[in-house]
Design a protein around this ligand. Structure first.
Ligand code: FES
Ligand SMILES: [Fe+2]
Length: 397
């Protein structure tokens, strides 16, 4: 987001506020709950959405130094291991030993290593993925070639700090991975320099789409977040733009934006006047607040189960060096707690919605015209999973 865009968006929000409006879609939308609960839809999502397209899985600064690693099981339990190799390249491997498939490191773990040694029989791999050691290999595996037993690697690329991967082994990533405006947004958020403060990982019993939907509409702010977010925001007012591939930038204005008209434009600062969301593909979202960014990964484990990985990204220590001051830590810790508190307000609702959908009591859901990012989301979703090829399952209403 360049300065011109920032100013344009602030003006757009002020104009919407003046008219008492928000960004509308032309029509409402109704969908069957099937797409949230059925194994068949989940299978289709797996094939068309999660394994057929490049996927953002994190930021390069989750592994800032040579030898740093971060593991996370992705869609359907696919065990990913992100590593910074000795040439400082970020690589993404399968967290699976080539001998008999044991995990090299625990799911969700991070650290720094020169070598990855399997806990089962100690086959050992370099940060470049080569098998560099295996006890008694020549005696036990005399007809096998060590060179061919390196870690399975997924094609990956870093765009302005964000790591993209193709989960189909061997398949390349397209030249243009994200829209220019999204890549510009990564720069605006300074994702190349952000550091991981802390992370939380847990499983929510809800379909990933229910959880994603809660992140891209403001209709619920005054109700579901009445004691947390509502006092600071402008209620049901948001503006958004989207690009192909389910890429979206949403602006959720906060009360300080109303003072913009009293300030010279040079002092307009979107980071202080709004929460900014960059949502990418089906399951990665950056939520920018004034002094931190929440990276929220939503990894579908099944139709009714999603792993959430919350990572609080913050600026490097103000005073330089390796650690934040006590005062900085206090702020980060408060934000880390607060973000979780607010997300939990959404997730509790998400679990109840999932349970209700699975009960079959009500068989459809509706999106209003001001939930316009949700109607866009489902239009894109249907394109990607090829709903036209399954038109019989479309809701009749
Ligand atoms: S499974 Fe890894 S060394 Fe045997
Ligand atoms: Fe919410």
């Amino acid at each position: 987001m360049d300065r011109q865009t920032e100013i344009r968006l602030i003006k757009e929000i002020l104009a919407l506020k003046e008219k008492g409006e928000t960004q509308y879609d032309e029509f409402t939308q109704t969908h069957s709950t099937e797409r949230y609960i059925s194994e068949e839809w989940f299978k289709r999502e797996k094939e068309e959405m999660f394994f057929g397209r490049p996927m953002a899985i994190g930021i390069a600064n989750e592994v800032p130094k040579v030898g740093d690693y971060q593991s996370l099981d992705w869609f359907n339990g696919l065990p990913l291991l992100m590593v910074r190799d000795k040439d400082r390249q970020v690589r993404v491997y399968a967290n699976a030993c080539r001998h008999r498939n044991a995990r090299l490191v625990e799911n969700g773990s991070s650290g720094c290593r020169k070598r990855f040694s399997c806990p089962y029989h100690a086959w050992t791999y370099s940060t470049e993925g080569q098998l560099v050691g295996a006890p008694d290999f020549d005696r036990g595996f005399s007809d096998m070639d060590k060179e061919k037993l390196g870690l399975i690697e997924f094609n990956s690329r870093v765009v302005n700090g964000v790591v993209f991967v193709n989960l189909n082994v061997g398949e390349p990533l397209p030249e243009n991975l994200v829209a220019d405006e999204m890549a510009s947004g990564f720069n605006y958020l300074n994702l190349e320099k952000q550091e991981v403060y802390k992370r939380r990982s847990y499983v929510i019993k809800s379909n990933w789409k229910i959880l994603s939907e809660g992140g891209i509409e403001a209709y619920h702010f005054n109700v579901a977040h009445r004691n947390t977010l509502a006092p600071f925001f402008l209620g049901n007012l948001a503006t958004w733009e989207s690009w192909d591939g389910m890429e979206l930038r949403m602006i959720l204005p906060k009360k300080p934006i109303l003072d913009a008209n009293e300030l010279p434009e040079a002092q307009w600062d979107m980071r202080k006047m709004a929460n900014i969301i960059y949502s990418m593909g089906p399951s990665m979202l950056f939520l920018a607040q004034p002094d931190n960014i929440s990276m929220i990964k939503m990894v579908p484990l099944g139709p009714g189960e999603t792993r959430i990985e919350e990572v609080l990204l913050v600026n490097p220590p103000k005073g330089g060096g390796d650690s934040w001051s006590e005062e900085e830590m206090k702020i980060h810790e408060t934000n880390h707690t607060l973000v979780n508190l607010i997300l939990m307000e959404d997730w509790v609702l998400g679990e109840a919605i999932q349970a209700n959908m699975e009960s079959g009591a009500v068989k459809e859901i509706h999106f209003g015209r001001f939930e316009s990012a949700l109607t866009w989301f489902h239009n894109e979703y249907e394109k990607i999973i090829g709903l036209d090829r399954h038109a019989s399952e479309r809701c009749s209403s």
